[in-house]
Design a protein around this ligand. Sequence first.
Ligand code: FAD
Ligand code: NAI
Length: 467
Amino acid sequence: MEQFDLVIIGSGPGGYIAAIRASQLKMKVAIIEKYKALGGTCGNVGCIPSKAWLDSSEKYHELVHSFDVHGISAKDVKLDVKKMGDRVAKVVSDMSSGVGYLMKKNKVTVYEGHGSFKDKNTVVIKGEKGIQEISAKNIIIATGSKPSTLPNVKIDKERIITSTEALKLKEVPKHFIVIGAGVIGLELGSVFKRLGAKVSVVEFADNVIATMDQDLGKELHKVLKKDGMEFYLGHGVTEVIRNGNEVSVKAKNKADESIIELKGDYVLIAVGRRPYTDGLNLEAAGLKVDERGRIAVNDHLQTAVSNIYGIGDVVKGAMLAHKAEEEGVFVAELIAGQKPHINYNLIPGVVYTWPEVAGVGHTEQELKQKGLDYKVGKFPYLASGRARASNESAGFIKVLADKNTDEILGIHMIGPRTADIIAEAVVAMEFRASAEDIGRICHAHPTYSEALKEACLAATDNRSLNT
Ligand code: FAD
Ligand code: NAI
């Protein structure tokens, strides 16, 4: 039986990054992946294909709807959805091959097949090559997550679909019904809206992207609604039925209990994701899942069995690729005897709609709940020279700082390229900057990032220079 220092089950961003870091730290590493394509949810049916669709659809949408104001007009614009989808598929396969290349370069042995525990040091792999067993000093479970569904709703993967199928649609839906105004619902709803579908979003909460700072959801809701997306907030879905190529969705208004019924040709179920541990035979290693189906881990991402760790979507915390990556590095370094650290408060969240939405640190609601004394600085893109030059003036940056010390406690933004600007916010907070620190740093003019400086100045003592 082949022996390894570290065996990783799952090749998503958690697993493959852990494999590379462990190999850099001189461990003999194997990674097991049940699918032929490496890269996990993120690479194959998540971050990468969704961003590829978002970028392609945004280009089309701009050409059709936004270029005119710049004095550019185009006639007979044609949309080739198949070609668009083929490009996405190529991006995905290139990404997956890239992960394969990285495994080879870092001398990580890749096993294709389904991994399960025989005991706490032995993993069985069932694949096309038959059954193999490998032995490991340490094991990382990085098996990720799968889409959740609603009680009584059967996902048929044709008309009642999850993000996995939506990312492979070969046509633009006529009426795309989205259940859940979270990240997936609004990103994929935006894709098909831009490509010409009618999009209706049904959401149980009273706001969209409800886990982020509430001002962001309010602004995003306003912009998307203005663009023609239809919203039914405060509505809980009670029934989803398919009849041939038609789907019908019923939802109950929380306030007055009235029922709405929507009919469309596709319904996307985007109500969250569940940790994936199916077929791992956890009991054989002495492991259990917690009340939410996650692999239970301590603050060192270690399970109840000391040589087995869990990372990424399959454990507690945000279901984000960069969180999984940080955890992969963390565990590899921990096993190597180092003392790594992750600041979970500073994991940024980004929604790649247009305008983009991003946040890090505490939301205003959290600060209120904690009873902390805070001050707010806000800068609207309407007052940004760069945003005006680009005709992109929706949104704002909001900085929350400690009222007494001026330390930044949270930064929340919606606007052009905030997915990238948030990195500056994370750096600032990682170094425990005060709002004034960032307000006094020179930012190139005219850039979108100046809005962060201005919001920090506004938070310092209402000193914004441009509002
Ligand atoms: P995964 O990426 O889910 O990988 C787990 C891997 O383990 C899979 O390949 C699976 O096949 C394999 N596996 C499972 N069980 C076994 C087994 N027993 N044996 C062998 N292999 C097994 N996050 C972001 O940060 N940014 C984004 O823009 C973003 N966009 C997203 C868009 C969509 C549509 C979706 C669905 C998700 C998106 N996410 C995004 C979330 C992100 O994809 C996940 O947080 C991330 O992939 C989690 O990484 P992971 O390594 O924990 O698990
Ligand atoms: P989500 O948790 O973001 O949103 C699900 C939404 O569905 C919630 O707003 C919830 O209130 C709503 N909902 C639940 N039951 C409902 C019902 N019966 N009727 C109406 N609404 C209902 O989950 P989502 O969008 O499925 O995404 C899953 C995960 O994937 C997220 O945790 C996210 O972190 C990750 N992801 C990240 C992306 C990014 O970083 N840009 C992009 C896509 C996904």
